[in-house]
Design a protein around this ligand. Structure first.
Ligand code: COA
Length: 247
């Protein structure tokens, strides 16, 4: 079973996290599949909009912790991770997401680069970077303060406090909350509505709203430098081992 599935619903390309037994934690192979999936959708002239979904109760539990340990041993922060992040912030076509349940780490920070996000009340947005001895990634240290202001960005990214659906709505991370049973239909309806808009005008409007991605790309690299050394730190290693041996 593919841990990232790719399907089409008319002009909408759906990328789905599909590793439910691990709450959709992302492995290196999954980053690669996400990157390739987005690239393929960008190339396909029949695709007008990207949509990202998880499974009921789990959008994405963030980077796989076992992969973090491996990356620390190898001294790398996979090019696959950075490739996915760079692709995400330089997409030409709109991208929407539908979130139900846990959205941890990059499961939350990737949403900051989506154009529209639907979520459910029971969703849990959490970025425990500092608790894990790590630092924010995906340019969240730049984008989150712009999106929600310093104090809420600090609360999320540095203090590691979780937000539920209502908190995410109040913080401007999501557009609206929908019942769990309707999440997928509503997300795909939203994507289809966007896909039906005049494509060139939508693309230009999006580009103007997003602005030049240069500072975001630079921040991804700057954060990655800190992330690489943090991964090797004794505090991060201890946090990873504690998670993996907690049961
Ligand atoms: N990496 C690797 N495995 C993960 C994972 C991750 N990021 N998140 C969850 N899993 C695995 C668990 O180890 C467990 O596997 P097991 O059944 O083989 O033991 C399975 O997914 C289910 O997770 P569990 O913790 O039992 O579910 P939960 O509903 O109680 O909690 C989370 C869900 C996501 C809140 C919790 O698993 C968690 O905090 N995960 C770590 C998230 C994280 O720190 N990500 C990195 C951010 S930088």
């Amino acid at each position: 079973m593919d841990a990232i599935t790719r399907e089409k619903d008319g002009p909408v390309q759906i990328l789905r996290f599909n590793r439910p037994d691990k709450k959709n934690a992302i492995t290196v192979a999954m980053y690669k599949a996400l990157d390739e999936g987005l690239a393929a959708g960008e190339q396909d002239e029949n695709v007008k909009v990207h949509a990202v979904l998880g499974v009921p109760g789990a959008f994405c539990a963030g980077n796989d912790i076992a992969d973090f340990l491996m990356a620390a041993q190898k001294g790398t922060l996979g090019e696959e991770v950075l490739g996915f992040l760079r692709r995400l912030v330089t997409l030409d076509k709109p991208i929407v997401a539908g979130v139900d349940g846990v959205a941890v780490g990059v499961g939350t920070t990737m949403l900051m680069h989506c154009d529209m996000v639907l979520a459910t009340q029971r969703s849990l947005f959490k970025t425990p970077f500092v608790d894990l001895g790590l630092v924010p990634e995906a340019a969240s240290s730049l984008v989150a303060p712009r999106l929600m202001g310093h104090v809420r960005a600090f609360q999320l990214l540095a203090a590691g406090e979780a937000m539920d659906g209502a908190g995410a709505l109040a913080s401007g991370l999501v557009n609206r909350l929908v019942p769990e049973a309707d999440l997928e239909t509503e997300t795909l309806k939203l994507a289809a509505r966007l896909a039906s808009r005049p494509a060139n005008a939508l693309r230009t409007a999006r580009r103007l709203i997003k602005g030049d991605p240069a500072d975001i790309l630079a921040r991804i690299d700057e954060e990655a430098e800190h992330f690489r050394s943090a991964l090797k730190s004794p505090e991060a290693q201890a946090a990873f081992l504690a998670f993996m041996s907690r049961k």
